[in-house]
Design a protein around this ligand. Structure first.
Ligand SMILES: [Zn+2]
Length: 192
């Protein structure tokens, strides 16, 4: 079984008072290491599609302020849109009940609900995980594709290190060109 992700994001205890919750975007991006808290997609190729989610939806906030950092999640548009105001307990303090509801993605327990199959597709491991899986639409193809692209990038980095030791200059240049082309196009995806 492949783990859902390598690391659980950790929110710092930021108490700065801000006018709008979006003022926390840079801090959130840092704490979530540029990844969606829910699906773990990296924002490299889809920066403009990343948004800020209220873990407990604004509609159910009672004691927590809508700008409170502890309730914010750096999230891709797909997860943010899919989650919307779904909150079955309708209670700010109860995150889930009877296998329905959400686990804070900064809690280690979140990672125990999911895994990946050999191609990077997210799978659910528990009943609560299954509920979140369908509510967040974690079956959508981009989660698998982004996982695959990251794996290819790692492989390319390994190959580049090996290429230095290669004697065949012509082949070496061709392969490096291929990598440059690949990066030229994947980089453009981040700004469209
Ligand atoms: Zn996401």
């Amino acid at each position: 079984m492949i783990p859902f992700r390598n690391k659980t994001p950790k929110r710092r205890d930021i108490k700065t008072v801000v006018a709008r919750y979006s003022d926390h975007r840079d801090e959130l991006k840092k704490d979530y290491e540029s990844r969606c808290g829910y699906c773990n997609d990296v924002d490299t190729w889809r920066t403009v599609w990343f948004e800020i989610d209220h873990f407990v939806p604004q509609k159910y906030l009672n004691t927590i302020s809508e700008t409170d950092y502890s309730n914010l999640v750096y999230a891709c548009r797909s997860c943010n849109n899919s989650k919307r105001a779904h909150w079955p307990t309708e209670d700010e303090l109860t995150h889930h009940k009877n296998d329905e509801g959400f686990i804070d993605p900064c809690n280690d327990n979140y990672d125990k609900q999911f895994a990946r199959n050999h191609s990077g597709r997210i799978t659910h491991l528990t009943q609560l995980g299954k509920w979140m899986y369908y509510k967040l639409k974690l079956h959508k193809p981009q989660h698998e594709i982004i996982w695959q692209i990251e794996a290819i990038d790692s492989l390319i980095e390994e190959c580049e290190a090996q290429l230095d030791k290669m004697d065949n200059e012509l082949l070496k240049e061709r392969v490096l060109n291929l990598y440059r082309e690949y990066r030229k196009y994947t980089k453009q995806l981040g700004s469209i």
